[in-house]
Ligand binder design. Sequence first.
Ligand code: UD1
Length: 375
Amino acid sequence: MRSSYEPLTGGRQQGRSTASRLYRRRVTHVLVTGGAGFIGTHVVTALQDAGHRVTVLDSGHPGAHRQPLPDTVAGAPLVRADVRDRSAVDGALAGVDVVVHQAAMVGLGVDLDDLPEYAGCNDLGTAVLLAAMARAGVHRLVLASSMVVYGEGAYACPAHGPVRPAPRTVADLAAARFEPTCPTCGAVVAPGLVDEDAPLDPRSGYAATKLAQEHLTSVWARQTGGSVVALRYHNVYGPGMPRDTPYSGVAAIFRSSIEGGRPPRVFEDGGQRRDFVHVRDVAAANLAALEATGTRTGWRAYNIASGRPATIGELATELARAADGRPPVVTGEFRLADVRHVVASPARAEAELGFRAAVGLTDGIAEFAHAPLRG
Ligand code: UD1
């Protein structure tokens, strides 16, 4: 991975002496919210490895943590507090140059009773953070957003070109008609790559709160003259992923099944497509984004994806094989809030952030098959 202005921020600079590297590098103090979580821990490690000073703010939310929080994350001090706690956030921002905002409730959740907590953690929390940053004069923010803001991915109808399919109905799903159809002629539409200018159409409570975070941070950037890079993560997997919970992504659910001697249960017909991106690549993307916030103002979103989509059936098969587990079963079950295909163009992140995923799915799955999960 290459960053656009590496020489000033202390990335790897072959051929330079250590003295000149230290002279040129200004250590950045970064506050990572949610830094004790699955992705946050990898982000903290990557930032520290790049020479930045890191402070972590994390509440140890029970949706993400079953164990008590540690005192430090990869050596970085941890402030145990909720991002909605104004005075704790004010305190944690002392001396900070940039915030990397990972703290959020993720996943589809259980039911609508989860909605207040999603909105509270994700949107009220972001609003409290942004207000505190404005008070503290901190103008740089990296936001962990999600591909869920797109809803269904990009599609084209053979007769009508690019179309936005309507949400799938219970009747269609129950009849195993999983592929979205053209709103004009009803033909099955072909999936394509979503880019960052695609229409935004959140289809779950969680997705709506991630989109609201994007809007809040965009308004903040405009009003403060600050800089925000929003990273739309695709399906993140890798070591330290939480075990099976209602808030876990499919890779962790499959891994937990295999570990428990059960076959992974593949919903629909297994043909639904996603882009699985390794958590160390996501951490590298955060580092590149952090650097970008130092070179410009305004708000910009990026897909953070591998660029190599896979079906859920393929993921289950590869994971079961790599872990010597039982082969998957395709159940035909469905969840109404699920989208069928969402796969991304990673082109903008590569062109503007210099980020390109390095871990291929086969290698990533081989590691993930035996990697520790969070308890
Ligand atoms: C996931 C995350 C979302 C995150 C996004 C991008 C969850 C629940 N969703 O969205 O938070 O923002 O990636 O990183 O964490 N499936 C099975 N069997 C199962 C469970 C799921 O086949 O046991 C299928 C689902 O039907 C779906 C696919 O796997 O088609 C992906 O599911 P999941 O990982 O839950 O959700 P995403 O929509 O991809």
